[in-house]
Design a protein around this ligand. Structure first.
Ligand code: IMP
Length: 424
């Protein structure tokens, strides 16, 4: 058995949570492989909205195993809040949530370091979610980090204290006032909650489950254009967000990867700093933001909005080996007389399809204009003809089928166009 992967092809916020939730009935296991509480995966059903940060989006389906893989960074304080929130909705995660012992922990001082570093950068700031992601991955690669499995060790508090002391020294280099005590209290309470979860050596378990014929869906966070290697560095997140990260973040050899579902919005959004060739800093951008409710689910920040960028999407498809595409939110473009799509860029008077290494090089997007559509509220109605034309145009330009079209946040607002993906 091979594991399938579902990940974002843009700058995050494509709607991964909803689609994982829709696809979960087809799988036995849902596993997160990178990122941490910088993610905000939103799911809506039965009139209720849920936002998950660390817990895989299969958690609402009884009997499915949900794994937080070794590539994820966990903030116990955030995880506790997520678990408490789910408990209020009658879901006890202790039944079907598994945590890799090798997942690294985000300490409260990682969050402080993230905030201090961003504040010191002024206008050059990354626009981080301030969840401590960068500093936690720095400690991981710097070989100083603490892992979930370390909680079980008798000298855990000592090792925590040593790392905090190191972080305090680093914080002294910034002019940054902080009060660690309340953050630490919250974090230690999260550690107690974490202790009550099932710890596993997830690489063994997941490979064994595949050997036994059980199906696994690996759930990505952020998006390909925020990848630490291939995104617009340094305006990226601190993990690899592409399919390859499934191998390192879950312990799956490359030949064990099957389908790769790539999700994109019918337009583009980006939150935080960094280049965005098709950004609309005008009324059209405002209209997209309002219609699409484009405000961060983790930070509440307004998202930057723009037209769909095909060179960027092709790049993401190439990097991830996407086999099937999933398009989100064409309903947000409903009522637009025409819709623009960037087909290529002009740079220094020459046509290019490539994103330049040097972020300072100006690139001008070149657009094709397509007719707009009006989407009906009725979820059972066929997609409008002009939207079908948009889909056909994109399938041709991208060379991959668009297997699912999502026309709203609810589970029911999902048009499955591929026989192989019909509900089980
Ligand atoms: P960090 O991952 O919090 O360090 O943030 C680095 C950059 O990635 C910032 O521009 C964030 O806005 C962006 N980012 C991180 N996580 C997400 C996400 O889940 N959705 C969208 N943008 C994200």
């Amino acid at each position: 058995m091979k594991a399938d992967v579902l990940l974002g092809l843009q700058w995050g916020d494509e709607g991964k949570g909803k689609i994982v939730d829709v696809l979960t009935p087809r799988y036995d296991v849902i596993a997160r492989f990178q990122g941490g509480p910088n993610a905000g995966h939103t799911l809506e059903f039965d009139g209720i909205k849920h936002v998950l940060h660390t817990i895989p989006s299969g958690i609402f389906h009884p009997g499915k195993a949900n794994v937080i893989g070794n590539g994820v960074v966990i903030d116990p304080a955030v995880l506790k809040k997520e678990i408490d929130g789910l408990k209020e909705r009658g879901i006890d995660v202790r039944d079907n949530l598994y945590v890799s012992r090798k997942a690294h922990l985000i300490l409260p001082t990682h969050r402080l370091l993230d905030a201090a570093s961003e504040a010191s950068k002024g206008k050059e700031k990354i626009g981080s979610t301030l969840k401590g992601i960068g500093p936690a991955y720095m400690d991981k690669t710097g070989r100083n980090g603490l892992r979930a499995g370390d909680i079980e060790s008798p000298d855990f508090r000592q090792r925590y204290g040593n790392l905090v002391a190191k972080h305090r020294e680093m914080l002294n280099q910034f002019e940054y006032a902080y009060d660690l005590a309340p953050l630490e209290k919250e974090w230690l309470s999260g550690i107690e909650t974490l202790k009550g979860l099932k710890f596993i050596d997830s690489e063994y378990e997941i490979n064994q489950m595949l050997d036994e014929g059980r199906s696994v869906l690996a759930e990505g966070a952020q998006g390909a254009l925020l990848d630490i290697d291939f995104g617009s560095y340094p305006y990226v997140t601190s993990s690899n967000t592409i399919t390859a990260a499934t191998s390192s973040g879950l312990g799956l050899a490359p030949h064990r990867i099957g389908e790769v579902y790539g999700i994109f919005k019918a337009y583009c959004t980006r939150v935080g700093s960094g280049p965005f060739p098709t950004e609309l800093s005008d009324e059209t951008g405002d209209r997209l933001r309002k219609a699409g409710n484009e405000f961060g689910s983790t930070t509440g920040r307004p998202r930057r909005c723009g037209w769909l960028d095909l060179p960027a999407l092709r790049y993401a498809i190439m990097l991830n080996g996407v086999t099937r595409l999933i398009m989100m939110k064409p309903d947000v473009l409903s009522g637009f007389e025409s819709v623009l799509v960037c087909t290529h860029y002009m740079s220094g008077g020459r046509r290019t399809d490539r994103i330049p290494f040097d972020l300072g090089v100006p690139i001008d997007p070149v657009y094709e204009t397509l007719p707009g559509w009006n989407l009906e509220e009725d979820v059972t109605a066929p997609l409008p003809e002009m939207l079908e034309r948009y889909i056909a145009f994109l399938e041709k330009a991208l060379g991959k089928p668009i297997s699912i079209v999502s026309t709203g946040p609810d589970r029911r607002q999902t048009h499955i166009r591929d026989e192989a993906l019909m509900p089980v």
